[in-house]
Write a protein that binds this ligand. Structure first.
Ligand code: FAD
Length: 353
């Protein structure tokens, strides 16, 4: 029996672990990967952060500044790996948590390596395992290939082909920038993408969004969702694409055919592959037995704590679990608050006993 079980050993789980170390509570972090780094280990090799290293750091230890202004995926994986080593975080991997079950005095995590019991659970499983692909008419008729950005490994397999890159965020822009060098790529976005000015990156966005968030707290108003973090940051590769004239987009097609798509005006295009850069949902299947997942796929929370299951906290899933919580720098606030709340809750229970 542990005091706390953290499910997920990516940046969110590690950040909670960092703060829990100081509490004296016993805890373990169960992670489904074979290596450190969370979802970053699956990202495509050229993925580049939209913030400089100092603005992509977890609590306690800043990410070392490398040669590039914007760190790449490899640097993040290295950083997370060194981070858990540095703070001797008790990560068990690979352990897949299949289900979390409720008992009167504890929660049980049922895993592929047996059962773990704990007085409280933090779910920090991210979104990478739940890629979102929108429905289009006749999608199943399409004979070409379809893959989500979660499974994109680089442009090589698309050389010489006709490709649709669907999605107007940073993933879509970055993948379009490199695929268009080897393939005939069309960028499909719901509306005209919002490009940030060349001198604005994730750091500036984070500062602005933090100021707005603090103002809202001071005014006693509820924090509104932060716009801007999804807008396209002009990292060097995207600027090069703009200079080559490929950073233009068209509105969505209306349906698939066996060999391509039909556009709004009735014209058809032959397409070899579609790359869906259409985002992610929270990966919460392991919580389904608790009957707390709502119709929108989320869990009702106050801060990061589940309202219906108060022994459960959820960290790092995006705005609904804390402002900018699905970013390296943004997860800190929710992680600290979570550790403090767990400590208070468990100590209170002990006093009551
Ligand atoms: P994850 O990294 O997904 O870690 C969750 C861990 O939990 C994984 O190791 C997984 O294996 C494990 N897990 C999941 N389910 C289970 C289970 N049932 N049992 C056991 N283990 C489980 N953020 C920035 O700050 N800057 C950026 O520039 C930036 N760029 C991004 C670009 C892209 C294309 C994307 C998709 C995201 C980007 N992000 C960026 C966002 C964010 O940093 C990542 O999404 C981050 O990986 C979230 O961390 P996490 O720890 O919450 O989840």
């Amino acid at each position: 029996m542990q005091d706390v079980l953290i499910i997920g050993g990516g940046q969110s789980g590690l950040a909670v672990g960092y703060f829990l170390r100081r509490s004296g509570l016993s805890f373990s972090i169960l992670d489904g990967e074979t290596e450190p780094g969370g979802a970053w280990t699956h990202a495509w090799p050229s993925l580049t952060l939209f913030s400089p290293a100092q603005w992509s750091s977890l609590p306690g230890w800043p990410m070392p500044v490398g040669d590039q202004t914007y760190p790449g995926r490899g640097e993040v994986v290295r950083y997370l790996s060194q981070y858990e080593e540095r703070y001797k975080l008790p990560v068990e991997r690979p352990v897949q948590v299949k289900a979390v079950l409720s008992a009167p005095d504890y929660l049980t995590a049922v895993t592929d390596r047996g059962e773990w019991k704990a007085r409280s659970v933090v779910s920090a499983t991210g979104t990478w395992r739940a890629p979102v692909v929108p429905d289009y008419p006749d999608q199943t008729r399409f004979q070409g290939s379809q893959l989500h950005s979660a499974n994109y490994k680089g442009p090589e397999e698309f050389a010489g082909k006709s490709i649709l890159v669907v999605g107007g965020g940073n993933s879509g822009a970055q993948i379009l920038a490199e695929v268009s060098q080897v393939a005939r790529a069309t960028w499909v976005t719901l509306r005209e993408p919002t490009f940030l000015p060349d001198d604005v990156d994730g750091r500036v966005l984070f500062e602005r969004a933090t100021a707005r968030w603090e103002a809202l707290q001071d005014n006693g108003a509820a924090a509104t969702p932060t716009r801007g973090l999804g807008d396209v940051v002009m990292i060097p590769a995207v600027k090069v694409a703009r200079a080559r004239g490929v950073l233009t987009s068209v509105r969505p097609f209306v349906r698939f055919t066996a060999s391509g798509v039909v556009w709004d005006d009735g014209t058809e295009s032959q397409v070899d592959a579609v790359i869906w850069c259409t985002g992610f949902a929270p990966a919460l299947e392991h919580l389904r037995p608790l009957n707390i997942i709502e119709s929108d796929g989320k869990v009702a929370v106050k801060g990061t704590r589940s309202i219906s299951e108060p022994r459960l906290w959820l960290v790092g899933y995006g705005e609904w679990t804390g402002f900018a919580s699905a970013t390296l720098i943004g997860v800190m606030r929710g992680a600290r608050q979570t550790a403090l709340e767990i400590e208070a809750a468990l100590r209170k229970t002990l006093v009551e006993i």
